[in-house]
Design a binder for this molecule. Structure first.
Ligand code: GLY
Length: 355
């Protein structure tokens, strides 16, 4: 797979005109959900190349990332006469770019695709790296293909539409990228940036350069291992425990993905310390940052068996063994690790007790 083309834009109109022109498409379609239709479509609808676009609107939220929604998108593509030379622009968060990517990859065996992520989470993670898909049979991202968009246009103008929690949710994936990055200073740049103030004061925007360097970490990993045979597993840091916490929360009061990842990072850095020698001082710094910004999830030791059951069913596991990506230090991943029940429970104690 080629390196993904990511345009870090400060002029969304020019970036979009350029990306669309490059595709020489015979028909332009735009996929939005109800939220991005309201908040983000007005920002791009006046761009010249959007004049005759066929707009497809789907419901907001992961519960719409389904075969029914995909069928609706395919039907719309068919009804407006789309061909394999047409272009789909996905304008939205990860749900829209994942589902749009899958629809565009499969319709007539694949049409052009441009992603415009509108959430921080989608900018630094979902829209880059070629993973597309939908949920199926109660499992997340069960159906999908790997396929890069022709271009991903990242413009932080859309971050103005995000609330505090959604900004922090994306920031957790940036912390993860900083932890696996070769540049040890990236983590400190993120932990010293006043993200809480940026959430409250729209004029104190998250610097584009922090977003761009985070995307670059993901780009480098994906370029080396696009199909997740090895190195790409480093992007799963924090996600084994994180997914289990997210699923547990779903049974009670759902939490945003990035919050679960932030808490998962604390547990998995604890395991990294115990099993791979990750420095304790760094562990404490990250744990403190997470406690301060993400608070604590409401669970106790009676939930441990359910969390372990959820981890055992994670699709990253091989031969029923709970699989972790750990770190021996910042930028030093140790892949395909496992841990005992006692060690995992200790890491959950560490998270709950706040180090
Ligand atoms: N979100 C992890 C990956 O793209 O591999």
């Amino acid at each position: 797979m080629e390196r993904q083309k990511v345009i870090i834009s400060e002029d969304i109109k020019a970036a979009l005109d350029g990306a669309v022109a490059e595709c020489h498409a015979d028909r332009l379609l735009v996929l939005v959900d109800e939220t991005t239709h309201r908040l983000c479509w007005p920002v791009v609808s006046s761009v010249d190349c959007m004049r005759d676009a066929h707009l497809i609107v789907i419901g907001t939220g992961d519960e719409h990332k389904t075969l029914d929604t995909l069928t609706h998108v395919w039907q719309q593509m068919q009804q407006c006469g789309a061909t394999r030379h047409s272009l789909l622009v996905s304008l939205g968060g990860g749900m829209v770019t994942d589902l749009g990517g899958f629809a565009a990859s499969t319709f007539k065996r694949g049409m052009h695709l441009v992603n415009i992520p509108t959430t921080l989470l989608a900018m630094v993670d979902a829209s880059v790296g070629g993973k597309t898909g939908i949920n199926f049979g109660g499992l997340k991202n069960e159906l999908g293909v790997f396929r890069n968009a022709s271009s991903v246009i990242v413009d932080t103008v859309f971050l103005d539409t995000l609330d505090h929690e959604n900004l922090l949710s994306g920031y957790a994936e940036m912390l993860k990228h900083a932890l696996i990055s070769d540049d040890p200073h990236m983590l400190y740049r993120l932990m010293s940036f006043p993200i809480a103030d940026a959430c409250d004061a729209p004029f104190l925007q998250l610097p584009t350069r922090l977003v761009a360097e985070s995307i670059e970490v993901k780009q480098r990993v994906v370029l080396e291992d696009p199909l997740e045979r090895g190195l790409r597993k480093t992007l799963n840091l924090g996600h084994t425990v994180g997914h289990a916490l997210e699923s547990l929360a779903l049974q009670r009061r759902p939490v945003l993905h990035g919050y679960a990842v932030a808490w998962g990072l604390v547990c998995e850095l604890y395991l990294s310390h115990v099993k791979a020698g990750f420095p304790v001082q760094r562990l404490r710094q990250v744990a403190q940052f997470v406690a301060e910004h993400y608070g604590r999830m409401d669970f106790d030791c009676r939930d441990y068996p359910e969390l372990l059951r959820l981890m055992t069913h994670d699709k990253k596991n091989v031969a029923g063994r709970i699989n972790f990506t750990l770190l021996s230090d910042v930028g030093r991943p140790v892949l395909d690790q496992t841990a005992t029940t006692a060690e995992i429970e200790e890491s959950l104690d560490f998270l709950r007790e706040g180090n």
